[in-house]
Write a protein that binds this ligand. Structure first.
Ligand code: SPD
Length: 291
């Protein structure tokens, strides 16, 4: 990852994420680096996007770029679910997904289940704008535990919305792409709820993307990816997949709720959402058809 080794703590250098014969880099200086019990955690002061977080040398989020990811992950779910009182976020240790959920006053409780406490501590310390006021909101309940175990131990039909904000399918996040985890998410989601998950790049992680979208569709009945742009991730072309049990309700924002969302959007809008569900290259549409 770093050409200058320990010197990158003192000088700017190129910090790259390597992916399949390509590398995706930003110029910056390393502010913090630590091996937690689960992964290597790095904070970089980048020239272009402010402070950024990497996990195991993969870009996760950056101060001036995170809305391209968090708004897209959260709002199709929260505008589509019948009720949004009780929310589960798996991962999401930087607080960005929780912050977006709290724009809705209807939200009464968020269980944020993050396996690695160090990610939360480092995010609060170096990236406070990403979690913003979510960290002080009494409706946020943080659980430092494994998301796989959490969903296994919850009763049926409990959550209105489930958001999976994990990293790539390797290391601690590997099992989030697994059938057992997704079946439990289906079981604990209410009948008129919405499930949302970051589903990788259809370009840089094409195989993983196709497999996970098909699997989610098989388990939930209704599931569709939407596509957008996250410049710091491999290839920049990214996806989020939304699923529901009763209908593709994530495609149809609930009009009365829209008027009450607090704050302004940088990326999400009804127009963006509609276009993003339709922004599917035809070769992918073909590959995503169930055999
Ligand atoms: N390749 C990076 C995928 C990371 C997705 N999660 C990022 C966490 C932002 N809250």
């Amino acid at each position: 990852m770093k050409k200058l080794g320990f010197l990158s703590k003192f000088f700017k250098t190129w910090i790259d994420e390597y992916n399949n014969g390509s590398r995706y880099g930003l110029k910056g200086k390393i502010l913090f680096e630590k091996q937690s019990n689960f992964q290597k955690i790095t904070i970089v002061q980048t020239e272009k996007y402010g402070k950024a977080l990497l996990l195991d040398d993969a870009w996760m989020t950056a101060e001036y770029e995170e809305k391209n990811y968090h708004e897209c992950l959260v709002h199709p779910a929260l505008t589509g679910s019948k009720s949004i009182e009780k929310i589960l976020i798996i991962g999401g240790g930087d607080g960005g997904a929780a912050r977006e959920c709290f724009r809705y006053e209807e939200v009464k409780n968020i269980d944020l289940v993050e396996i690695d406490k160090v990610v939360i501590d480092v995010s609060k310390n170096f990236l406070p704008s990403i979690g913003g006021n979510a960290w002080n909101d009494k409706r946020l309940k943080i659980h430092i535990t494994d998301g796989i175990t959490w969903v296994k131990n919850i009763q049926n039909n409990i959550y209105d919305v489930i958001i999976v904000d994990g990293s790539d399918p390797k290391g601690p996040a590997q099992a989030l792409f697994d059938q057992t985890f997704l079946k439990n998410c289906h079981r604990i989601l209410k009948e008129e709820g919405v499930f949302a998950m970051q589903t990788e790049s259809p370009h840089a992680f094409e195989k993983e993307h196709i497999e996970i979208v098909k699997l989610i569709r098989k388990i939930f009945g209704f599931a569709d990816p939407c596509y957008g742009h996250v410049a710091i991730y491999p290839s920049g072309f990214w996806s989020w997949t939304f699923a529901a049990k009763d209908s593709p309700r994530y495609r149809n924002p609930f009009a009365p709720r829209l008027k009450k969302i607090n704050g302004n959007f940088t990326i999400w809008s009804i127009r963006w959402q509609k276009a993003s569900f339709n922004l599917i290259p035809s070769y992918l549409e073909e590959k995503l058809k169930n055999e």
